[in-house]
Design a protein around this ligand. Structure first.
Ligand code: MOS
Length: 732
C-alpha cells in the first residue's frame, strides 16, 4: 500500500473536545442525568486499626429522606471472586467492603447512608454512631518491619564498592504523595434486574467492568461501565476502589440508582497514593567518574492486606553503564490503604535518588554533571544485553545544554547571587519504559463520507480524543472534522489501562489498523468497480485524501468515498483493528528519555525556593499531537515542581489519621509557583516499538524535574537536601 499522506498527525491541533469542555457540556462521572437517582455518603472509620464493636444507625434512619444505612452487620456477603487474571492487582487480598468488622486503616468505609437528597445523606452519615475496639496503628515506614526483599544482582557490587576509588553512601527519603485530580472520584450505579450500569471516574472502563463482575459474581456482559470524560487522574483512577463497590451495593440494596461522590477529604482516604520511600544508594566509581558499582536498598510503604510494588529498580539497572549492581526492594506493610501508581510510577522515585546521587558524585569529583553522565552512557541495556530500540540521551544533553545555557552555570555552589537570592542551575536525566499492551478498536466509514472510530479507552487529560482522531483521519484519508472518535464505554472494543503512557502506542496502533483496513476495503471496492474512475488501478497505487480516493501520481483520476459507497449501495464499510506487542523474546530494550534542566532562586535568609525556569528535552519517539504534547510536558513539569517542593501527605502516627487531607494544607503548585517552562522534542520515531513510532510521553515529562530542581538548589545554596519535598526549614 502507498503510504497515506500525513496531514493531521503532527499538526498542532486544539482539542477536538475543547468546546464541550469549556462550555460545560462534557459530562463527568457525577454529572450524568440518571432518572430517580438517590445519594450515598460513606461513613469513614475514625480509628486507624481495630474492630467495630457496635454501630447505631437509629438516628440516621429516623431522618426524613434516609432510605437505608448499610454496614457489615446488614450487608449481604458478596462473592468477591478472584480477579487477578484480568486485573493484575497487587499481591494479597483486596479490601472487601462491609464484609467484616475489621478496620485496616484510618478512613476505611464502615457504613454508607443512602437518602433521597445529598443533604439528608450527609446529615445521616454524621448521625451514625460507631464504637470501636481501637489498636494503635503502625503507619511509620521507618519504624515498621519490612517484608522479605525482592532482589536484583549482577556482578559483585559489595566487593566492587569496597575496592572503588570513590565511594558515596547516601540515603534519600521521599514523601507520600496523593494524586489530587480536580475531579473527585464519583460513581453512579444503576441495576436493571441482574444487569449493572455504572458511570464512573475511571482510567480503565474494562478494569472496572471486570472487577465489578468479580465482586458481585456476574457475567462480564452483565456489567457496563461508562466514562467519557475524566477530570484528571495521574493514576488514581486505574483501580476500581471500594467506593465503587459501595455505590453498586447501595443501588442493589435500595433498588434505586445511586450516586456517590467522594469529598475532597475522602480523596486522601482510600483511593491510592504514591508511597513514601527510604532509599539508600551506595555508588562506587574511579577517579574519572566511571561507575563500577551501585547498591540500592529501598523500603516502600504498602498496606497490611496487599503488597504494592512499582518499577523503582529498572532505572538503576540500565540508565548508566556499570558492571556491578545489587538491589533490594523491601515493602513495609502498614495500616494504610494500598498505594497505587502515580504519574511516572517507580521511575520518578528512582530518578530523584539516582540523579541526585550523580550530581553528588559530579561535585565530589569536580566533573561537569553532563560530562559525568556521558562517561557512563551504556552501549546496550546492561540488564538484558539487548540493544536499545532508540536511545538519544546524548542528544538530549547537547540540545538541552545549548538551549538552557548550561555553559553559563558556575559549578561552584553558592557562587551566584542576585540581591537576597542565591541562584542555582541543575540538571537530571530521565527515563521511562515504553509500555504497550494489546488493544482493539473499531472503525466505520459511512456513505456520507464521515467516519466513526470506537475504543474503550480513556482521556484523563492528555488528549486521547484528539490524537486518536488525528491517527484515524490520516489512515482514512479524511479531514479531522469528518472523523469522530468515541471512548470510555465498556461496550466498545477493549483497551488496556489508560496509564503507564501506553494509550497512544496501544490504542493508537489499533485505531491505525482498523482505519487502514477500512481504507483498503474502499480501495478494493473502487479498483474492482467498472464504473469507478479507479477501475483496474493497482490498489497499491491509490491513496485517499480529504475523503477522495485517487491515483497517487495522478490526483485527477479518482472519486470520493461518498460517490463510491452510494453507487455501490453500501451504507458503510466497517473493520475491527487490533494491536499487540510482539510476543516471544524481546529483541530490543524500549525506553523514552529526557534531559531536564532547572534554574532556581533561593532566598538566602528565608530558605524560600522559587523555580525560575525548567527545560525538558525529550526522546519520546514520534509526536502525534504537538500542542497536546506541550500541554502534557507543562503539566508534568508542574507536577515535578510539586513533588520537589510542596507535596507531602502527613500522617499522625498516633492514630493513622491524615492531617492534611485537603487542598489548603496539602500543597500543590499554583500559578504563582510556575515559571517559564519549555519542552523540546527530538524529531524522530521508534520503528521497533509500535506502528506509530511513539514511545509514550505522559510519565516521561514528569521524571527528572524533581532531581533537576534539587540539584539546582544545591548549586544555589551548597545545601544538599536528600528528602522530598525540599522545604524552607531544610535550607535554613
Ligand atoms: Mo499513570 S500513573 O500510569 O495514570
Amino acid at each position: 500500500m502507498s503510504p497515506q499522506p500525513q496531514a493531521a498527525v503532527g499538526a498542532p491541533l486544539s482539542r477536538v473536545d475543547g468546546r464541550l469542555k469549556v462550555t460545560g457540556k462534557a459530562l463527568y462521572a457525577a454529572e450524568h442525568d440518571v432518572d430517580g437517582v438517590v445519594h450515598a455518603v460513606i461513613v469513614d472509620s475514625s480509628i486507624g486499626r481495630g474492630r467495630i464493636t457496635s454501630i447505631d444507625t437509629g438516628a440516621a434512619e429516623a431522618l426524613p429522606g434516609v432510605l437505608k444505612v448499610i454496614h457489615h452487620r446488614n450487608a449481604p456477603k458478596l462473592p468477591y471472586r478472584d480477579n487477578s487474571a484480568s486485573n493484575n492487582p497487587p499481591e494479597g487480598r483486596r479490601l472487601r467492603v462491609f464484609q467484616d468488622d475489621r478496620v485496616r486503616f484510618h478512613g476505611q468505609p464502615v457504613a454508607v447512608v443512602v437518602a433521597t437528597t445529598l443533604e439528608a445523606a450527609q446529615h445521616g452519615a454524621s448521625l451514625v454512631e460507631v464504637d470501636y475496639d481501637a489498636e494503635r496503628p503502625s503507619t511509620d515506614l521507618t519504624e515498621a518491619e519490612p517484608d522479605e526483599p525482592t532482589r536484583y544482582a549482577r556482578g559483585d557490587a559489595e566487593a566492587a564498592l569496597r575496592s572503588a576509588a570513590v565511594r558515596l553512601d547516601l540515603t534519600y527519603r521521599t514523601a507520600r504523595n496523593h494524586h489530587n485530580p480536580m475531579e473527585p472520584h464519583a460513581t453512579i450505579a444503576r441495576w436493571n434486574g441482574d444487569k449493572l450500569t455504572v458511570w464512573d471516574k475511571t482510567q480503565w472502563v474494562v478494569g472496572t467492568q471486570t472487577e465489578l463482575a468479580a465482586v458481585f459474581g456476574l457475567d462480564l456482559d452483565a456489567v457496563r461501565v461508562i466514562s467519557p470524560f475524566v477530570g484528571g487522574g495521574f493514576g488514581t483512577a486505574l483501580r476500581c476502589w471500594p467506593h465503587v463497590v459501595v455505590a453498586a451495593l447501595a443501588a442493589r440494596e435500595t433498588k434505586r440508582p445511586v450516586k456517590l461522590v467522594l469529598s475532597r477529604k475522602q480523596m486522601y482516604l482510600g483511593t491510592g497514593f504514591r508511597p513514601s520511600y527510604e532509599y539508600r544508594l551506595r555508588l562506587g566509581s574511579d577517579r574519572r567518574g566511571r561507575l563500577a558499582a551501585a547498591v540500592h536498598d529501598l523500603d516502600a510503604e504498602t498496606s497490611s492486606y496487599e503488597k504494592f510494588t512499582e518499577a523503582v529498580l529498572a532505572a538503576g539497572q540500565m540508565l548508566y553503564s556499570m558492571p556491578h549492581v545489587s538491589q533490594a526492594y523491601r515493602t513495609v506493610p502498614l495500616d494504610l490503604p494500598t498505594p497505587l501508581w502515580m504519574r511516572g510510577p517507580g521511575f520518578q522515585t528512582a530518578s530523584f535518588v539516582i540523579e541526585s546521587a550523580m550530581d553528588e558524585l559530579a561535585h565530589e569529583l569536580g566533573v561537569d554533571p553532563i560530562e559525568l553522565r556521558r562517561r557512563n552512557e551504556p552501549a546496550e541495556d546492561e540488564s538484558s544485553g539487548l540493544p536499545f530500540s532508540t536511545r538519544r540521551l546524548r542528544e538530549c544533553y547537547s540540545v538541552g545544554a545549548r538551549e538552557f545555557g548550561w555553559d553559563r552555570r558556575n559549578p561552584e555552589p553558592r557562587s551566584t547571587r542576585e540581591g537576597d537570592w542565591l541562584i542555582g542551575r541543575g540538571m537530571a536525566a530521565g527515563v521511562y519504559d515504553t509500555a504497550r499492551m494489546p488493544a482493539r478498536a473499531r472503525a466505520r466509514l459511512d456513505a456520507d463520507g464521515t467516519a466513526l472510530v470506537e475504543a474503550a479507552a480513556t482521556d484523563m487529560g492528555p488528549g486521547t480524543y484528539t490524537s486518536q482522531t488525528q491517527v484515524a483521519a490520516d489512515a482514512l484519508g479524511l479531514t479531522v472534522r469528518t472523523v469522530t472518535f468515541r471512548l470510555g464505554d465498556s461496550l466498545y472494543p477493549p483497551t488496556p489501562p489508560h496509564g503507564g503512557s501506553m494509550t497512544m502506542a496501544s490504542v493508537g496502533s489499533a485505531t491505525l489498523d482498523a482505519c487502514n483496513k477500512v481504507r483498503r476495503q474502499a480501495i478494493g471496492l473502487a479498483v474492482g468497480d467498472r464504473e469507478s474512475p479507479l477501475y483496474g488501478v493497482a490498489a497499491d497505487d491509490v491513496v485517499v485524501r480529504g475523503g477522495r480516493l485517487h491515483v497517487k501520481n495522478d490526483p485527477a483520476r479518482g472519486e470520493t468515498y461518498r460517490r463510491l459507497l452510494t453507487r455501490n449501495d453500501r451504507t458503510h464499510l466497517e473493520a475491527d483493528g487490533s494491536f499487540a506487542p510482539p510476543s516471544g523474546p524481546q529483541r530490543h530494550s524500549f525506553y523514552g528519555y529526557n534531559a531536564t534542566f532547572a534554574e532556581v532562586a533561593v532566598d538566602a535568609t528565608l530558605g524560600l525556593v522559587r523555580v525560575r525556569r525548567v527545560l525538558g528535552v525529550y526522546d519520546a519517539g514520534r509526536i502525534i499531537s504537538p500542542k497536546l504534547a506541550d500541554s502534557q510536558a507543562i503539566g508534568g513539569m508542574v507536577g515535578g515542581i510539586g513533588t520537589a517542593l510542596l507535596e507531602h501527605t502527613l500522617t499522625d502516627h498516633r492514630d493513622g489519621r491524615i492531617v492534611n487531607a485537603n487542598l489548603a494544607d496539602y500543597l500543590v503548585p499554583v500559578n504563582a509557583d510556575v515559571p517559564d517552562l519549555k519542552a523540546i522534542y527530538l524529531d524522530g520515531e521508534d520503528r521497533e516499538a509500535d506502528p506509530l513510532g511513539v514511545k509514550g510521553l505522559g510519565e516521561l515529562v514528569m521524571i527528572g524535574v524533581a532531581p533537576a530542581i534539587a540539584n539546582a538548589v544545591f548549586n544555589a545554596t551548597g545545601r544538599r537536601v536528600r528528602e522530598l519535598p525540599i522545604t524552607a526549614e531544610a535550607l535554613l
